[in-house]
Design a protein around this ligand. Structure first.
Ligand code: ATP
Ligand code: MG
Length: 564
């Protein structure tokens, strides 16, 4: 038995047994101080403006794993406050991805369902003199913001009469004002060292159709105002977000105070580090550019770091969850090696993917001393990692294909595969020796003529079958193999931190997709969409959804080809 996969899975077991992460420590501390476990609630809050990516995976796993650990509900909340960029299509894709990962949310919520409540609270803020309508242009407002070391300046509308602000806010709501004319701002502190506290905007006029509320709203709430209040409405106890929101926490708390007295749970925001992955971009805005400019074939292109792209590429929920576990949760920003993600999928597929043979770049072999008409059956291990699966039969015949690179006419030093006068073992079959070549008039090799050792069949228990030769290669029978289209992917970016030095669009690997026509076993033609295989010696592959042609996407190679 090969023990390598067990070793790999031990690594994940070890990760699982690690002590509580810092978020869990915060929760445990709250519970120790009397917070009731039954009041715990988490949420994952995507904005439906694109597909989820590998960065979101970290946040999804964090929240849903907490739900599992504390036996607490997790809401799926769509933060849909920016109708210009959002769409139902993205809502559906996000739900589909989370389900595919195997997580179940408690309530499906939409910030847009709270627009009425948020509007009422905003009105109450005006009444409490905690908000005002500013009628300056966005340029004027920006110019007064100050800098972290220089205080901001108050708007001349800051002291505007409450009644006038209330009237204007209602008019904005009713659509009497053009966008940019007025905004509602919180009245906090123009000299706060935290720039976010310098009278942030709560509402702007936007006469835009919303995918859920249609044309009802002419004013839309800003993210900061919406987010914390939505957490409160849903009674989320721990609102977890990425580190860049740390300075927003003061505002998050101010908004909750502003609508106090609160009932029930007062949510708290805590921050963790973003997932950054080498050779990858994890920003929806940038990923959207790749889609819009047709650099990739869509959000779910197998080269995309989206959940849907990774799925098409052949990644499994198990591998992605193990990846998230291995990355862990911390407060330290770092860049995770893309090879870790590949390691995780390889570890999983090594355990579960049946083996098969496919020759991606074929060259024909004719075994001149093979006389069995119609060939014969060969036993082939379904998955040597799991002997209980046993074997299946594959066809062997006089003519076979092997990989072009497994033959060298003039072998270089250290080449142990097929060359004239040298022997090689065909996987699960016979030992062959190359004796001659057939070339076309241009000198291209058409066939390699070989002889086989008829007593050397694998598993036949003859002395010849136990004979050691230096190389073993894969093959398919030429008589019944079928053609398949193979998509082989390389990284989408040439540099490890795309966008750091130059614009990320200048760093795209132009050769990230190579299409090959392979010969594969007929067994593979019977596969169905999304079925996964290890093509022996080549890598892991997944059957695509293409119904017209037999087509496979390469998920990952058998070993880390990026290691220097
Ligand atoms: P992007 O920058 O890609 O647009 P976002 O934060 O704007 O991401 P949202 O849909 O608002 O996208 O994100 C939903 C949740 O996922 C948020 O809680 C956010 O903090 C988290 N998240 C987004 N990107 C990452 C990442 N790279 N690592 C960890 N969590 C992330
Ligand atoms: Mg966001």
């Amino acid at each position: 038995m090969n023990t390598v996969p067990n070793l790999l899975f031990n690594i994940f077991d070890k990760v699982k047994k690690k002590g509580p992460n810092f978020i869990e420590q915060i929760i445990d501390g709250d519970i120790a101080r009397g917070f009731e476990n039954k009041d715990l609630r988490f949420r994952f809050p995507p904005e439906p403006n694109g597909h989820l990516h590998i960065g979101h995976l970290k946040a999804i796993c964090l929240n849903f794993n907490l739900g599992e650990k504390y036996n607490s509900p997790v809401n799926l909340r769509f933060d849909d406050t920016n109708p210009e960029k959002e769409a139902k299509e993205y809502v559906d894709a996000i739900k589909n991805d989370i389900k595919w990962l195997g997580f179940e949310w408690d309530k499906e919520c939409y910030a847009s369902d709270y627009f009425d409540q948020l509007y009422d609270w905003a009105t109450s803020l005006i009444k409490k003199d905690l908000a005002y309508i500013d009628s300056q242009s966005s340029e004027e407002i920006a110019a007064q913001k100050g800098t972290p070391t220089k205080e901001g300046q108050a708007s001349r509308f800051r002291t505007r009469d409450k009644e006038e602000s209330l009237k204007l806010f209602k008019e904005m709501f009713e659509g009497h004002h053009d966008s940019g004319k007025h905004v509602l701002r919180a009245k906090i502190n123009m000299s706060s060292p935290n720039m976010l506290m310098r009278d942030p905007v709560l509402y702007r006029v936007m006469n835009v159709h919303h995918h859920r509320t249609g044309g009802k709203w002419k004013v839309y709430p800003m993210y900061d105002w919406t987010h914390g209040e939505s957490d409160y409405i849903e009674q989320v106890s721990h609102s977890l977000c990425t580190l860049e929101f740390e300075p927003h926490r003061e505002l998050y708390d101010w908004f909750l105070d502003a609508i106090s007295p609160l009932q029930g749970v007062r949510p708290k925001q805590r921050e963790f580090s973003r997932l950054n992955l080498s050779y990858t971009i994890t920003s929806k805005r940038k990923l959207a550019k790749l889609v819009e400019e047709n650099i990739v074939e869509g959000w779910d292109d197998p080269r995309m770091p989206t959940i849907s792209g990774l799925r098409k590429r052949g990644y499994t929920p198990e591998a992605l969850k193990n990846f998230a576990l291995t990355v862990g949760v911390s407060k330290r920003e770092n860049v995770i090696e893309a090879s870790l993600l590949e390691f995780c999928i390889r570890a999983h597929l090594n355990q579960v993917a049946p083996r098969a043979m496919a020759v991606i770049d074929p060259i024909k072999i004719k075994i001149i001393n093979y006389v069995k008409d119609g060939g014969e059956k060969i036993n082939f291990d379904i998955n040597p990692q799991d002997k209980t699966l046993g074997t299946r039969e594959i066809n062997f015949s006089k003519e076979i294909y092997i990989e072009r690179e497994d033959f060298q006419e003039e072998p270089e030093e250290g080449f142990f595969r097929l060359s004239i006068g040298e022997e090689v073992r065909l996987k699960n079959a016979y030992i062959i020796k190359a004796v001659d070549l057939v070339a076309d008039e241009k000198g291209n090799i058409k066939e390699v003529l070989c002889e086989y050792d008829s007593k050397s069949k694998s598993g036949s228990n003859t002395p010849e079958s136990n004979r050691k030769v230096k190389g073993t290669i894969h093959w398919v029978s030429a008589t019944d193999s079928v053609k398949a289209k193979i998509n082989i992917y390389d990284r989408l970016f040439k540099v490890s931190e795309p966008g750091k030095e130059k614009g990320f669009k200048n760093e795209i690997n132009q050769n990230s997709l190579e299409i090959k026509e392979a010969f594969v076993e007929p067994y593979l033609a019977e596969s169905i969409e999304a079925q996964q295989f290890q093509f022996q010696r080549v890598g892991y592959f997944v059957r695509t959804a293409n119904k017209k042609t037999l087509e496979f996407n390469k998920t990952v190679g058998l070993r880390d080809s990026w290691k220097k």
